[in-house]
Write a protein that binds this ligand. Structure first.
Ligand code: MEV
Length: 430
């Protein structure tokens, strides 16, 4: 039989992308001999299937990620309910634990820059006067962009200036156009603006455009949070509050000095920030790329937090680029994002960035106090035991019962979980 007509097992038909949603699922099931149960794993309801189909190409289903709530986190005097979408056990628990401590001490205070993003227009073979010509014509560039930025300008955003530089190695001329994108992430409007400027920039510089696209760097869109915690309340794992505060400050300094630790430290901050981004259907890759570039801005990868003891308080702060949208893109489209924004009190983009900064800081404080306190594994192992129990077939209240038995026995393994589950079920039926 002709292989092009009859695909081999594990190979999808050549016309796969032309199939509709359910035909694609059937083709997948056939090519990979999927059982109905396997196929059910990615099965959305009819509405969500339509949504998946318009959100991505070749959609075959949905992948669900748990959403957990950090309840009652006081941020800038407001009690917030914060949805986090994450697959990692302990992220919601850690943030909730820290949010409780921070809120009892008065809450986090936050700030955010105006949401200014940047488009890059890159020119090769530019004339000697190119940088000057662009800089002198900033007003003309603003005028050219008016039809694109009109709505944004009326909402208080819009054009925020031009910068131009010639790069020393390639000799390329790089034009940066800054735009306040208000509540949007800005990718569409920036790319449209960058494309619109191709011809005008070519004629100003006498060169030809290599590319025109936004940069995700977002270093004009920083956000931050601060917490002030009475040292006396930080005692943990047999250590006094003073000792815990000293150790947290030292742990932060260690991470700032040591690249290997700084990566994990910042990853912990992003556990919270990315989880808010995902819950609101924001672009998590853009966010993470910008954050790690910012952490490396001093030509060495550094931490995003600072801690010091001031009087009888531990003062912690975080500062990082957080480009999050509350309108447009998948955020304005995905019903789960709409729900998350409603729970968050329908913030505007800078407010959402501020909440995310506060959650990132809470996450970091929780991690550091566990690390320099009793260690991180205790809490993690309990959650790990629950996953092992689930995998062994435990459901409902049995998940916790089996997990507790596994943790008490000190053997968190599949075989032991199957044994414990059988024991629990047998005891129930007696
Ligand atoms: C785990 O996802 C995050 C931590 O490793 C962060 C940290 O070490 O600071 C606990």
């Amino acid at each position: 039989m002709d292989e092009a007509v009859e695909p081999r097992r594990g190979t999808l038909p050549p016309h796969f992308r032309k199939l509709d949603f359910s035909e694609r699922r059937n083709a997948l099931a056939e090519a990979f001999s999927l059982t109905p149960d396997e196929l059910k794993i990615t099965a959305p309801d009819a509405d969500t299937a339509e949504l998946a189909d318009v959100l991505v190409e070749n959609a075959i289903g949905c992948f669900s990620v748990p959403v957990g709530i950090v309840p009652r986190y006081v941020i800038d005097g407001t009690d917030r309910t914060i949805p986090l979408a994450t697959e990692e056990p302990s992220v919601v628990a850690a943030a909730s634990f820290a949010a409780g401590i921070i809120s009892r001490a008065g809450g986090a205070t936050t700030w955010a820059d105006a949401p200014v993003m940047t488009a890059q227009i890159v020119v090769e073979n530019a004339a000697a006067h190119a940088e000057d010509a662009v800089a002198r014509n900033a007003t003309e560039i603003e005028r050219i962009l008016e039809p694109i930025l009109g709505g944004m300008t009326r909402r208080g955003g819009g054009f925020r200036g031009v910068e131009v530089a010639r790069l020393p190695e390639t000799g390329l001329v790089c034009v940066h156009v800054h735009i306040d994108v208000r509540d949007a992430m800005g990718a569409n409007i920036l790319n449209t603006a960058a494309e619109r400027l191709r011809a005008p920039i070519e004629s100003l510089t006498g060169g030809s455009i290599l590319m025109a696209i936004l940069t995700n760097v977002s270093d004009r869109r920083l956000a931050g949070a601060e917490i002030r915690l009475p040292v006396l309340r930080l005692g943990r794992a047999g250590r006094s509050g003073h000792e815990m505060a000293r150790r947290i400050v030292l742990a932060n300094r260690f991470a700032d000095e040591n690249n290997a630790r700084a990566v994990t430290h910042n990853k912990g901050i992003m556990n919270g920030v990315t989880a808010i981004a995902l819950a609101t259907a924001n672009d998590t890759r853009a966010l993470e790329a910008a954050v790690h570039a910012y952490a490396a801005r001093d030509a060495r990868y550094r931490v995003l937090t600072e801690y010091q003891v001031v009087g009888d308080e531990l003062v912690g702060s975080v500062r990082l680029p957080i480009a999050l949208a509350t309108v447009g893109g998948a955020t304005g489209f995905h019903p789960a994002a709409g729900l998350a924004l409603k729970l968050l009190g329908n913030p505007d983009a800078p407010q959402l960035s501020r909440i995310a900064a506060a959650v990132g800081l809470a996450q970091n404080f929780a991690a550091l106090s566990a690390l320099v306190g009793e260690g991180i594994q205790g809490g993690h192992m309990r959650l790990h035991a629950e996953r092992v129990a689930w995998k062994a077939g435990a459901r409902g209240k049995n998940i916790r019962i089996v997990a507790e038995r596994l943790a008490a026995a000190g053997t968190i393994e599949h075989k032991a979980a199957v044994r414990e589950l059988r024991f629990v079920i047998d005891s129930e039926s007696q």
